[in-house]
Design a protein. Structure first.
Length: 373
């Protein structure tokens, strides 16, 4: 089942090279991907899919298309196109850093280090955090972090390993610890976002931008936590982050619906119209796979995590993948960008497709994605 699903994903991705040309897919409308000229936070995921396709097949068509995206990201950096946000790791880890990891291309390495410097512009020394959104000093978002940023921190750990400059890892560690202390609740659920005083760093309150309510648990946010803290353990060796990732994963798995793929928020009322988020399940599969690599065989949670991974992956392949739909542009149906804002609440999501493909590569090839070396 896994090998068949991976072959299908690779074939669809190759077909999309001609469809998309030099543009980048974001989310879909009426089953057709909306494209942009490398101006969105999601554009690295297409690059990552191309590099995965190249590693899986050795087909130069994937490599050439992936390399073209890296050139596009180089121009985006030179022209400073929509880079004033925290999602720099999503953009450059899966494009330039992937090329560095696969080909040891020095220009790709230099571009990735530029990206790390770009992300460091979001570091706020007074409040000791990486500001997610808005300009420095923004009245609403100047002291705001979001759980998604956990997936951008590996770029900073990588930069310190490459350069020996500890300012990257020091910022990442402070932000990571703030995230653990304030985004993860006592019952192992999570806030999407948290606000701090810009001048003092004092905690103010948790909230959400994407979830059902400030007090609810947005499932993709919980997924970012599972994978983000699993990667934090890889980068630090600190068992507290492994424990946090396990607790968040168990909270996620305990709430799986019958078909193994989560709704968009764990606290949203469930009825026949409630939206799913297949991308949240795909992200969590990758995070649990990373967690299992570091767990002892006799760890008390190992079998439950493995069972949950299998159930989630089976649910994605059987009920949400576009296998058997040869003309489909997307790999996973029923992703949700923002149900709250009625923005692509039930469509293809390029990040869902990427993490689904990474999960298939992990489970068939032992791949680890492009988040760390």
């Amino acid at each position: 089942m896994l090998h068949m699903a991976l072959q299908d994903a690779v074939e669809k991705t190759k077909a999309n090279i001609a469809r998309f040309g030099d543009q980048f897919p974001h989310v879909s409308k009426d089953d057709v991907y909306l494209l942009n000229d490398n101006t969105d936070w999601t554009d690295g995921f297409w690059s990552g899919m191309l590099w995965l396709g190249y590693e899986q097949t050795g087909d130069e068509a994937f490599r050439d298309a992936a390399a073209r995206t890296v050139e596009s990201f180089r121009k985006r950096m030179q022209d400073n196109v929509v880079l004033d946000h925290h999602d720099i790791g999503f953009l450059y880890s899966l494009s330039a850093k992937a090329q560095w990891m696969i080909e040891k291309d020095e220009a790709a390495r230099a571009l990735t280090l530029e990206a790390a410097d770009c992300l460091m512009k979001r570091w706020r020394p007074k409040s000791r955090l990486i500001q997610a959104w808005g300009r420095e000093g923004d009245e609403v978002s100047g002291g705001r972090i979001i759980i998604d940023c956990l997936m951008n921190l590996p770029l900073l750990f990588w930069a310190t390993k490459q350069t020996g400059d500890n300012r990257y890892v020091d910022a990442a560690m402070e932000h990571l610890e703030k995230s653990r202390r304030f985004l993860v609740r006592g019952d192992d659920s999570s806030y999407h976002t948290f606000y701090f005083d810009q001048e003092t760093g004092e905690a103010i309150r948790g909230g959400t931008a994407q979830g059902y309510a400030d007090s609810s648990t947005w499932t993709r946010g919980q997924a970012w936590g599972v994978y983000g803290f699993a990667l934090a353990y890889v980068n630090t060796g600190n068992a507290v982050y492994q424990e946090t990732a396990i607790r968040m994963a168990l909270h996620f798995l305990e709430r799986l619906p019958e078909d193994g793929v989560v709704y968009w928020d764990f606290n949203a009322p469930i009825n026949e119209d409630t939206k799913r988020d297949s991308s949240a399940s795909a992200i969590t599969v990758c995070g649990i796979h990373e967690l299992l690599k570091g767990l002892a065989e006799d760890h008390p949670d190992r079998s439950w995590l493995q069972e949950g991974l299998n159930r989630s992956m089976e649910g994605l392949i059987k009920h949400y993948a576009t296998i058997g739909k040869p003309g489909a542009e997307g790999l996973l149906e029923r992703g949700s960008y923002s149900v709250r804002a009625d923005n692509s609440p039930d469509d293809y999501m390029i990040w869902g497709d990427y993490y689904y493909m990474e999960a298939l590569m992990r489970l068939t090839k032992g791949h680890k994605g492009y988040w760390y070396e």
